[in-house]
Design a protein around this ligand. Structure first.
Ligand code: PMP
Length: 459
């Protein structure tokens, strides 16, 4: 690929003619022309015009170890030379699949010892839906089919996972939800908490699950799914009372608990998994992104022993799988990625060094900024809530264009940050970001917010 060099305009022309982009307004893109990213190193990406841009989003929350890591490149290269492909259907395996499942079993919370490989987070969540329903069928409770998620939850973009997600624009586009999917409120104190303390609100938000289970009938509910800290929904880190109460309710009504670790997994929250950070004991744990730092596509589902036992007792073939479930090169890269995270102590570094610095620096900016109501998130997920009135917690109306404009200003200032749910902006840089680079990120973020406030007369 590197030998094909065109001008930016030539690339934009071809892109306009032939390329359909995910999560993009085609007409708007056609007008503006795509930005072509040509190379990357560390926490920076370069576009075809030579601009050096600080990647405050680690790609799409995935490039944990930063760009250009030779260990991952070598792992892919070696594997492609030795065995570029073989599958794990019909009683075969490859060494990298076996080694990766073993390594993962040592990192995940107790009891999560089986791993099913996918190519993405969406496929991981689709897998959870299929396996959970099959589990209840084998347990003689075939009516337990409904999944309860949360508003502003994001679990993928396939037919099933867009219904599992709680994103209204996705539901609108498809006209309706698939049957057997329901949603409860997101645990966002700032907009939902009213006069309650955060802890009181956490309990109240969790008890919405109990209400929904009773409304649907526990005999019809297969599972509850939540991201430990909601990512695309706006970095919503729940109050400390939330997850213990969710866990209690799931146990009480025999509802499976799914922790979607696609963003939180592999160190982003300061522990290996968000489930460690929040004390969640899930039955299923879908993961992707940080598993390979995005160098090759791979996802996985961690399955609890008690679930796997039932699935095995079926005594039948499990009719589920993908041609590239556990692609050998993707598994080899994931193994090298995990080895590097361990060698460099990145999880510990996030917890005790860089995330505290990142949060304190962002907090200082957020406190002083007239259009920022609160800083949310955990670890290296930082989201700022845009408001029109800081004193009264008045968030910008849902159609206000400030977040999109702020993203555009950020890119002019050579920073990638993105709008997220609830009229907020989020940054989630690679785990290797340095303090100086955090300063640069927050400085550019502030400048972009200043420009946004000025444009809309918000300050
Ligand atoms: N779950 C969560 C929490 C996610 O953030 C995402 C993607 N952003 C997905 C699932 C879907 O992953 P993918 O895009 O790899 O299908």
């Amino acid at each position: 690929m590197s030998q094909i060099v065109r001008t930016t305009q030539q690339w934009q022309g071809l892109d306009r003619s032939h390329h359909m982009h995910p999560f993009t307004d085609p007409r708007d893109l056609n007008k503006k022309g795509t930005r072509v990213i040509t190379r990357a190193e560390g926490v920076y990406i370069w576009d075809s015009e030579g601009n050096k841009i600080l990647d405050g989003m680690a790609g799409l929350w995935c490039v944990a170890v930063g760009y250009g890591r030779q260990e991952l490149i070598d792992a892919a290269n070696e594997q492609l030379k030795t065995l570029p492909y073989y599958n794990s259907f019909f009683q075969t395996s490859t060494p990298s699949q076996i080694e990766l499942s073993h390594v993962l079993s040592e990192l995940t919370p107790p009891g999560l010892n089986r791993f099913f490989f996918t190519n993405s987070g969406s496929e991981a969540n689709d897998t959870v839906i299929r396996l959970a329903r099959y589990y209840w069928k084998l347990r003689g409770q075939p009516t337990k089919r409904t999944f309860i998620g949360r508003k502003f939850g994001y679990h993928g973009s396939t037919v099933a996972t867009s219904s599992l997600s709680g994103m209204a624009p996705m539901h609108d586009q498809d006209h309706e939800l698939l049957p057997h999917f329901a949603h409860i409120v997101h645990p966002h104190w700032y907009t939902q908490g009213g006069d309650l303390s955060r802890e009181e609100f956490g309990l109240q938000a969790a008890r919405e699950l109990e209400k929904k289970i009773l409304e649907l009938g526990a005999d019809n509910v297969a599972a509850f799914i939540g991201e430990p800290c909601q990512g695309a929904g706006g970095g919503i880190d729940p109050p400390s009372t939330y997850w213990p109460e969710i866990q209690r309710i799931c146990k009480k009504y025999d509802v499976l608990l799914v922790a979607d670790e696609v963003i939180c997994g592999f160190g982003r929250t300061g522990e290996w998994f968000g489930s460690h950070t929040y004390g969640i004991e899930p039955d299923f744990m879908p993961m992707a992104k940080g598993l390979s730092s995005g160098y090759l596509p791979i996802g996985a589902v961690a399955i609890h022993d008690r679930i796997f036992e039932v699935l095995s007792e079926g005594g039948k073939m499990i009719h589920h799988g993908f041609t590239y479930s556990g692609h050998p090169a993707a598994c080899a890269v994931a193994l090298a990625n995990i080895a590097l995270i361990k060698k460099e102590g990145l999880v510990e570094r996030v917890k005790s060094d860089i995330a505290p610095y990142f949060r304190a620096t962002l907090q200082q900016m957020a406190d002083a900024h007239p259009i920022v109501g609160e800083l949310r998130g955990v670890g290296l997920i930082g989201a700022v809530q845009l408001v029109s009135d800081k004193a009264n917690r008045t968030v910008l109306p849902p159609t206000h264009e400030a977040p999109i404009k702020a993203r555009e200003f950020a890119i002019q200032n050579n920073l990638i940050m993105r709008p997220a749910g609830l009229q907020s902006l989020v940054v989630a840089p690679p785990l290797v970001i340095t303090r100086t680079q955090v300063d640069e990120l927050v400085d550019k973020m502030k400048r972009s917010l200043d420009q946004t406030a000025q444009l809309f007369g918000l300050a």
